[in-house]
Design a protein around this ligand. Structure first.
Ligand SMILES: Nc1ncnc2c1ncn2[C@@H]1O[C@H](COP(=O)(O)OP(=O)(O)OP(=O)(O)O)[C@@H](O)[C@H]1O
Ligand SMILES: [Mg+2]
Length: 359
């Protein structure tokens, strides 16, 4: 096994009663990466994190950390501290004592505790605030104390379960940037859980998209966004237009698909996966990948009329109905005073159309 793989999950399953919460999870995580578990409420993110940390025993499969099987190791022997959603600082303890907590449990010598806490506090830029109490610090600072508490353990992996969910939007964004900077600076391996897609896209090296206890896709933020492998992923991340189509020609990684049988309309698309003649597929076209009244850029063309539009600051979002009353969402950027009304032509270039296999 490559030594770059720090965490290796094979066929991991977890059942609560009759509820099959994790279904044969296979996942390899490289050292020094920021990985995000993304998925809707109840899909098993926390369960997998707790299984990695050792708070749950899995029913099937294997968890390896640095090559060693840890299935039967208790949490404190796995070296995978978790930072929870409610970052659970002890309110009656000073910041120093909060950070030192894990080391005190291990009964480390006093001098070592002093050194390690000092160094962890410096890493999160909180030097000098050791004697404060949590309520005397801002939400962002408290979050960094929680990070310091994980860092002080010198662990190979840090697990963060929705750590920002109780911060307000502005602070959330700040702490998000800070977290990512700390991770990059220290070369940490971080697994971060969220159901916020923007958070996932902006922070991660890789995103794992969960669908009911299974992994639908593992990829970089760009892959997840522009090359979703399943309709579920395309729908969950961002907004997209789905189009039913049938494969009419295949030429290597290029295909021609018919998306409007009535008018015999076809478009070429790039296909990462093998498709066959006559196969039914789904096309996904992002709102920002479509143009209004610019048919010359399009392989894909669709006529419609503007139902409504919405000003969103950097863009105008149009809701457009085609002949079959299907609604299309198209974003127009930086168009100044131009407003589209009435009958319009929508278009998209072949390289902006993503083909998804249905079965
Ligand atoms: N200790 C438990 N006992 C029984 N069922 C549980 C337990 N923990 C979680 N579950 C169930 O397992 C499923 C997955 O829960 P989990 O907490 O992993 O979801 P999640 O993806 O973290 O969701 P959220 O985004 O809401 O935190 C849910 O159906 C939940 O009810
Ligand atoms: Mg959870």
């Amino acid at each position: 096994m490559s030594s770059n793989v720090l965490l290796d999950l094979k066929n991991v399953s977890k059942v609560f009663g009759t509820n099959h919460v994790l279904k044969q999870i296979d996942l390899q995580i490289e050292r020094g990466k920021f990985i995000t578990f993304l998925g809707p409420s109840g899909c098993g993110k926390t369960t997998l994190l707790r299984s990695i940390a050792g708070f749950y025993t899995i029913d099937e499969g294997e968890i390896r950390i640095d090559g060693q099987i840890v299935n039967d190791l208790p949490p404190y022997k796995r070296g995978t501290p978790m930072v929870f959603q409610e970052y659970a600082l002890f309110p009656h303890m000073t910041v120093f004592d909060n950070v030192a907590y894990g080391l005190d449990i291990q009964k480390r010598p006093e001098a070592e505790v002093q050194d390690r806490v000092k160094s962890a506090m410096a890493k999160v830029k909180l030097t000098g605030l050791e004697e404060r109490y949590p309520h005397e610090m801002s939400g962002g600072q408290q979050q960094r104390v929680a990070m310091a508490r994980a860092l002080v353990m010198n662990s190979p992996i840090i697990l963060l379960d929705e750590p920002l969910s109780n911060l307000d939007a502005k602070l959330r964004e700040e702490v998000r940037v800070e977290l990512r900077n700390i991770q990059l600076e220290l070369g940490l391996t971080v697994i971060y859980v969220t159901h916020d897609q923007l958070e996932a896209l902006s922070m991660s090296d890789y995103i794992v998209v969960f669908n009911k206890g299974a992994i639908d896709q593992y990829g970089t933020p760009h892959e997840i966004y522009y090359k979703p492998r399943t309709p579920y992923v395309a729908d969950f991340i961002g907004t997209t237009n789905f189009v039913d189509a049938v494969v009419r020609e295949v030429d290597g990684s290029k295909a021609t698909v018919e998306y409007d049988a009535e008018h015999g309309l076809t478009t070429s698309v790039n296909s990462d996966e093998a498709v066959t003649l006559g196969e039914k597929v789904l096309l996904s076209i992002r709102p920002e990948s479509m143009r209004i009244n610019k048919p010359e850029i399009g392989d894909f063309i669709m006529k419609g009329f503007v139902k409504s539009s919405m000003f969103l600051g950097e863009k105008e979002r149009y809701f457009i109905l085609d002949d079959n009353m299907k609604e299309w969402i198209v974003d127009a950027y930086d168009i100044g005073h131009i407003r589209f009304e009435g009958n319009v032509t929508l278009s998209a270039a072949a390289d902006k159309i993503h083909l998804i296999k249905i079965s």
